[in-house]
Design a binder for this molecule. Structure first.
Ligand code: BGC
Length: 251
């Protein structure tokens, strides 16, 4: 059957899943998608995840990786940015394992995207420090050193001018405030300059849905560090979650 696992990406608006071919780094089934239930409570989300796995039928022996828009430390969700507060401090690994009756591996969504990019995308063959940022409802980050993930970096919440900068520079902020590409790029400039000064990376990768429009904003940024768009795009979370679940399958 080859090297395969199921990846599920839980977001503030949608829950997506697919079977992933881990040799090729691409989806090996159709992508199933449901809206995130109102309120985003653990029980309701677990029910949708169970439905996604059912829809992917015949995959009962595959490992399941689930990525999530929050800090995930050893299977516990420790924050909740755009979902219910009930997730804070919750043993999410156990919740999903009980509901699904199988082993699962829960990780942060940006970390999953970072793993996908290092294994199959823009950071393949790149050594040193790679920082992936996802520009979406919030700003997610993944730190990868020599292709190994350093989990839960949470660099979207760096304070600039006294504010949590994801509230100013996420793609949601651009939409909310109706910013032009130039206006948004000014905020991104402050953000990436700060990361560059604090962490001295070798490469920035920009993910999130808006990365397909990278030509509108990446050329406006002036940085010492190379900055390029992610290539796994929409499926990054699914692919990375599946890859990590497979890698950690005996844990
Ligand atoms: C959360 C991160 C998450 C990011 C993208 C942030 O608000 O704190 O954990 O990776 O949003 O979803």
């Amino acid at each position: 059957m080859g090297k395969k696992a199921i990846g599920i990406d839980i977001g503030g608006t949608g829950i997506k899943g697919a079977i992933v071919d881990l040799k090729e780094g691409r989806l090996a089934s159709e992508r199933v998608r449901y809206g995130t239930p109102e309120g985003g409570t653990p029980k309701d989300i677990a029910d949708v995840v169970a439905q996604v796995i059912k829809d992917l039928g015949g995959a009962s022996t595959l490992e399941v990786g689930i990525c999530f828009p929050a800090v995930v430390q050893h299977g516990f969700t420790m924050s909740a940015a755009n979902i219910s507060d009930q997730w804070i401090g919750l043993d999410a690994d156990s919740l999903f394992e009980k509901r699904l009756g199988r082993h699962v591996h829960v990780i942060n969504d940006a970390d999953a995207a970072g793993v996908a990019e290092v294994k199959f995308g823009a950071a393949r063959k790149r050594k040193g420090l790679v920082i992936l940022t996802t520009l979406g409802t919030g700003i997610g980050s993944a730190l990868l050193y020599n292709r190994e993930l350093v989990p839960n970096s949470e660099l979207g919440h760096i304070e600039i001018e006294g504010v949590d900068w994801e509230t100013k520079a996420s793609f949601a902020a651009k939409e909310r405030e109706n910013l032009s590409w130039e206006q948004w790029a000014e905020r991104l400039q402050k953000y990436y300059s700060k990361l560059e000064a604090l962490l001295v990376p070798d490469l920035f990768i920009v993910g999130g849905g808006v990365s397909k429009e990278h030509e509108n904003f990446l050329p406006l940024l002036k940085l010492r560090t190379e900055i390029i768009p992610a290539t796994t795009r929409n499926s990054a979370g699914i692919i990375g979650a599946a890859a990590l679940a497979y890698k950690n399958r005996d844990e």
